[in-house]
Design a protein around this ligand. Structure first.
Ligand SMILES: [Zn+2]
Length: 332
């Protein structure tokens, strides 16, 4: 529930900025480790006559199976094809899926997550090659969005544009640690078709995902997160099951940073906390407390900056909290 009155005094500037937090978006997530496959001539969908994998018995996490899936189709998904959105899809086990320029492999039960970057083009085609060598394709119409303009003035220069040698050293060291966190490769989908729960129960949203940031009058990278203002010390909970891939209290811009790998390349992350209560490698469940709201790093007031990546692409975590209301997509 979003409360709109109580925190008004503290949230006017409770926000963060991002341009240096995200190095080039394709650099901080590794290419999936998958084997080359033989090229197939046909990329057009065709009826699939082989028996499907028994996903319910083979899935390491059967609860994660999307509801209302059509098991007769090569690719069936829940979610929304929209800029910043993602789909949780069912295909055949160990099937290669290439979405745009990103190549992934479904987990053993056939689940795969597909994401659409903030700046995804209007159509994106998924090409599938199953273990039997059959090829399929499906083109998604990606709904375009409009983005806010977000201005913050009065930030210290060493948080925006002018860094000392010592600060640059800290920034580079933090970037190297972030790459390790984003390199996590949990193979099994730990997200369910219920999507995310909000990591903060009572908050005021101060910045939307995707907002074009202008800091001290300088145009910066878009804001790739959702800023959720709440009093310092407010618990932050895991929005879905996952494995902690980074837990760090000494980041230059983020102040503190937690990353949770939800499997299949989907990594959510959390900034500016006054307390980090998890450790790398820790397996966590939905609702576990991972940290507490703070204002560390480049932050102008107590808030959580909640972000989400899928294999280097920037997604809107709010869209995944609304999955149950979204339409199902399937191949005709
Ligand atoms: Zn933020």
């Amino acid at each position: 529930m979003i409360r709109t009155m109580v925190f008004a005094g503290i949230i006017a500037l409770a926000a963060c900025s991002s341009e240096a937090q995200d190095s080039a978006k394709t650099q901080d997530v590794p290419a999936p480790q998958i084997k080359p496959i033989a090229a197939k001539a046909a990329q057009v969908a065709e009826p699939h006559s082989e028996p499907l994998h028994d996903a319910q018995s083979s899935s390491p996490n059967p609860d994660a199976a999307p509801k209302k899936m059509d098991w007769s189709k090569p690719l069936t998904c829940v979610g929304q094809a929209v800029q910043g959105g993602a789909l949780l899809c069912r295909t055949y086990g160990s099937t290669y899926v290439t979405l745009g320029g990103t190549k992934v492999q479904s987990d053993g039960s056939g689940q795969v997550i597909l994401g659409f970057d903030r700046d995804a083009p209007s159509t994106v085609t998924a090409k599938l090659v199953d273990p039997g060598g059959h090829s399929y394709s499906q083109t998604f119409d990606v709904k375009a969005r409009e983005w806010d303009i977000s201005r913050i003035d009065g930030l210290p220069k060493n948080q925006v544009s002018e860094y000392t040698a010592e600060e640059l050293k800290r920034i580079r060291a933090a970037t190297a640690r972030k790459k390790i966190g984003f390199a996590s490769q949990e193979p099994v989908v730990r997200l369910t078709s219920d999507g995310f729960e909000s990591p903060v129960k009572d908050y005021i949203k101060t910045t939307n995902f995707g907002a074009q940031r202008i800091l001290n009058g300088i145009k910066k990278r878009p804001h790739y997160g959702v800023d959720m203002a709440a009093p310092a010390g407010t618990p932050i909970t895991a929005p879905a099951d996952g494995v902690v891939s980074l837990a760090d209290m000494d980041m230059y811009f983020e102040g503190s940073l937690i990353m949770i790998d939800h499997g299949q390349g989907l990594i959510s992350y959390y900034m500016h906390m006054q307390d980090v209560l998890v450790e790398p490698g820790q397996i966590i469940k939905t609702g576990d407390v991972i940290g507490k709201i703070g204002t560390r790093g480049r932050s102008t007031g107590p808030h959580l900056c909640w972000r989400l990546k899928w294999r280097g692409q920037n997604l809107d975590p709010e869209l995944l909290t609304k999955w149950p209301d979204q339409v199902q997509l399937s191949q005709d």
